[in-house]
Design a protein around this ligand. Structure first.
Ligand SMILES: Nc1ncnc2c1ncn2[C@@H]1O[C@H](COP(=O)(O)OP(=O)(O)OP(=O)(O)O)[C@@H](O)[C@H]1O
Ligand SMILES: [Mg+2]
Length: 391
């Protein structure tokens, strides 16, 4: 990078030194993850490479101000004295709105110049380049007061300076885009993880604790009349508490429910139906036919839907009978849980916004490529039907 007509001033970029300085700046950028640090590196590199007194980079926010504003060449005290971050006005606003480069011999004489706070350094020659990603303006980088060996100044910014600053602006665009993607990815991961844990806690642990409560109530009711059975129920309470502990651990480490692993889907569902049936006045009839082994994720989804639908029936329906049918269906399976209870209006429940259980069931089914329908009507009982495709 030669400086064309006039020789490079001492300290400015030239030839190999220029390439090395750009390369150092780019490498420094790729090592930093914090976007602010990256921007700071870019600004410092720009100031050194182009040998200027002041360099700054601004990333606008949506409210006419700047989400990020980093400077180089201004001391901390001076920065404090200047006061609040600039607004998007004057030349800065033009660069951001029009995405145009601004190369000015004296920024103060430009008709669009909007003035600055008292403690602001006096800027004269000015070079600003927008930082763009496609059509979107991510920010702007700008330099002022080129260090000038010629007495009386006059080393205004030239095309070469502009070209170098564009390269840095392009890297700033990459850094900003990467930082945004990284941040967005992290937010999504956290949100997905939160949803997963909320659903798992709801589906697994909640249900276990509900069984536990029912069993404890049954034991309390039996203790005078039939101490032997009360004792047996109390053992069941202890077992359920231990299972709840395991489930909680599984939620945390995202393991499959232990029972599925050990006994398979049909036996697990049958046992759970029996346990609940003993603890509850409603009759729970479990039937299975022609069920083949399913991929683990589908088995788990079926188990969770079974648990939620059954608990809903026992808790909300006041049913006399709950029928559970698990049957082979093509390569997959179909689960049907019907009760003869009071029924409800699914769309009203949806509108009321209190339906984590119903949402969770649908998500479970969809999550493994299956489907789920809830059919209910006040006074008509409820049917929950789920299908999974198999492997
Ligand atoms: N089988 C059913 N019989 C009657 N009403 C039901 C049945 N299943 C669900 N409901 C109604 O739909 C509502 C929402 O069900 P959902 O499972 O989403 O939440 P919930 O069971 O109330 O609470 P949680 O999700 O914490 O278990 C219930 O509160 C209940 O009014
Ligand atoms: Mg529920």
């Amino acid at each position: 990078m030669s400086n064309g007509s006039h020789p490079a001033p001492p300290g400015a970029y030239s030839g190999r030194a220029g390439i090395e300085a750009v390369s150092a700046a780019v490498l420094a950028m790729s090592r930093h993850l914090e976007v602010r640090e990256v921007l700071q590196t870019i600004v410092a590199s720009a100031r050194r490479l182009l040998d200027v007194r002041y360099a700054a980079l601004g990333v606008p926010d949506d409210h006419g101000g700047f989400a990020q504003f980093v400077v180089d060449g201004v001391s901390d005290e001076q920065w404090k004295a200047i006061g609040p971050l600039p607004r998007q006005h004057g030349i800065l606003a033009v660069m951001l709105q029009e995405a145009t480069t601004q190369r000015l011999a004296d920024v103060r004489r430009d008709p669009r110049f909007g003035g600055w706070p008292a403690a602001h350094p006096e800027l004269a020659d000015f070079l600003g380049v927008p930082i763009v990603d496609g059509d979107e303006v991510l920010g702007a980088i700008f330099l002022a007061n080129k260090n000038c060996p010629a007495p009386g100044g006059g080393c205004a910014f030239d095309e070469e300076d502009e070209a170098v600053l564009r390269i840095l602006a392009a890297h700033a665009a990459i850094a900003l885009t990467n930082a945004r993607l990284y941040e967005r990815g992290r937010e999504l991961t956290i949100a997905a993880e939160r949803a997963r844990i909320a659903h798992e806690l709801h589906d697994a642990v909640n249900q276990k604790l509900f069984s536990l409560r029912l069993t404890a109530q049954a034991a309390a009711a039996l203790v005078d009349r039939d101490p032997a059975r009360a004792k047996e129920e109390m053992r069941q309470v202890a077992r359920l508490a231990a299972e709840a502990t395991d489930e909680l651990r599984d939620v945390v480490v995202e393991l499959r429910p232990a029972a599925l692993e050990e006994h398979g889907l049909v036996a697990t569902l049958r046992t759970q139906a029996q346990v609940l049936g003993r603890a509850h006045p409603a009759t729970i009839a479990f039937t299975s036919r022609g069920v083949r082994a399913l991929p683990p994720a589908q088995e788990e989804a079926v188990l969770r839907v079974f648990q939620e639908a059954l608990h809903n029936a026992l808790r909300h329906a006041d049913a006399t009978t709950v029928e559970v049918l698990l049957e082979g269906h093509g390569k997959g399976a179909r689960l049907r849980i019907s009760d003869d209870g009071r029924g409800f209006d699914p769309s009203a429940v949806r509108r009321a916004g209190r339906h984590l259980g119903l949402v969770s069931m649908r998500d479970r089914a969809a999550g493994v490529g299956g489907g789920l329908v809830v059919e209910s009507e006040p006074g008509k009982g409820t049917v929950v039907e789920m299908e999974v495709p198999g492997g």
